[in-house]
Ligand binder design. Structure first.
Ligand code: GAR
Length: 322
């Protein structure tokens, strides 16, 4: 079976969502494993549950108001040591500093007990009932610097019943949370291996560059720069590598010397696309964990510059001066 994504779970209290993630990971088909459970409260009941299940638990002293930065630095050290790919917040009731979020950009998810963007923060069920909503619910979202914000990955709506109290509604929403979170996390960690998702990501970066358009090349999705008739390819999707199915993008490097040096120094990332013979196309594998998409964007930009007509590169060179 393929490598499972390594997930660290952070909690502050009961930990029932952590338990739901852990139980789902017992299925050998689950695409993630829980490699670490920690949080800001060493006495949290959830940590004892995780321990009983044999998960690795790290208890950090609760941060004093002036020592928040040290706490998050220590936590970051533990996460890095454990080789975590993702962080799943499960009732982690602390605002995370922006620099920590930046380091893990796009790799922290959270579950929140409302249908976001409605009712961020606390007391969500009371607000939903008071507003006369027909549905409460829960959302799993990517964590960004704004609290309870960031792209929503999945939601479950839960009907509000006559006579519901915040407590009775919370109880049913929690059932929905326990089903939603493992499913949403599994989909999230596998999407980076999904060729369609990878291609959409490359397309977004390629088409953000000036005067680019999609065109197939030998049956592969590819992108050209320049006019419809005389445009040149600067990026080509690649679906095979050494006979195994893998997803990559071909971009232009400076030639054979750089190609050899790239393949030698980082063989897990770069490869020589044999089919193209001796050329300046280099393959960049995109179906590995922790792909740095900014780096892929820089490659696309470089490749674009290598083939774009002078009237376009002149413009971007001028813009670079400012
Ligand atoms: C859950 O209802 C979760 O959605 C909520 O805290 C509870 C934790 O319960 N999270 C938030 O409100 C985050 N803004 P648990 O410890 O039993 O998983």
């Amino acid at each position: 079976m393929a490598r499972r994504a390594r997930v660290a779970v952070l909690l502050s209290g009961r930990g029932s969502n952590m338990a739901a993630l852990l139980y789902a990971a017992k299925d050998e088909d689950c695409p993630y494993e829980v490699v670490l459970v920690s949080g800001d409260n060493p006495d949290a009941a959830g940590l004892r549950v995780a321990e009983a299940e044999g998960a690795r638990v790290v208890r950090l002293p609760p941060p004093k108001p002036t020592e928040k930065a040290q706490f998050f630095a220590a936590l970051n050290g533990e996460l890095k040591n454990e080789g975590a790919d993702y962080i799943a917040l499960a009732g982690f009731m602390r605002i995370i500093p922006v620099d920590f979020i930046t380091q893990w950009a796009g790799r922290i998810v959270n579950i929140h007990p409302s249908l976001l963007p409605k009712y961020k923060g606390l007391d969500t069920h009371r607000q939903a009932i008071a507003a006369g909503d027909r549905f409460g619910g829960c959302s799993v979202h990517i964590v960004t610097a704004e609290v309870d914000d960031g792209p929503v990955l999945a939601q479950t709506a839960v009907a509000i019943m006559p006579g519901d109290t915040p407590e009775s509604l919370a109880e049913r929403v929690l059932i929905a949370e326990h089903q939603l979170y493992p499913r949403a996390l599994a989909a999230f960690v596998t999407r980076e291996n999904d060729p369609a998702w990878i291609e959409a990501k490359v397309a977004e970066l390629a088409l953000a560059l000036p005067e680019t358009r999609f065109k197939t090349s030998h049956g592969s999705s590819a992108w050209r720069v320049g006019s419809e008739s005389s445009g040149k390819f600067f990026a080509i999707m690649w679906k095979r590598f050494h006979g195994e199915d893998s997803t990559a993008v071909l971009v232009k490097c400076s030639g054979q010397d750089e190609l050899a040096q790239l393949v030698d120094s980082e063989p897990d990332i770069y490869f020589r696309p044999a089919y193209y013979g001796p050329s300046d196309w280099v393959g960049v594998r995109l179906d590995r964990p922790n792909v740095d998409w900014d780096h892929v964007g820089q490659w696309l930009q470089r490749s674009w510059r290598a083939v774009a007509p002078p009237r376009l590169t002149k413009l971007t060179r001028a813009a670079d001066q400012f």
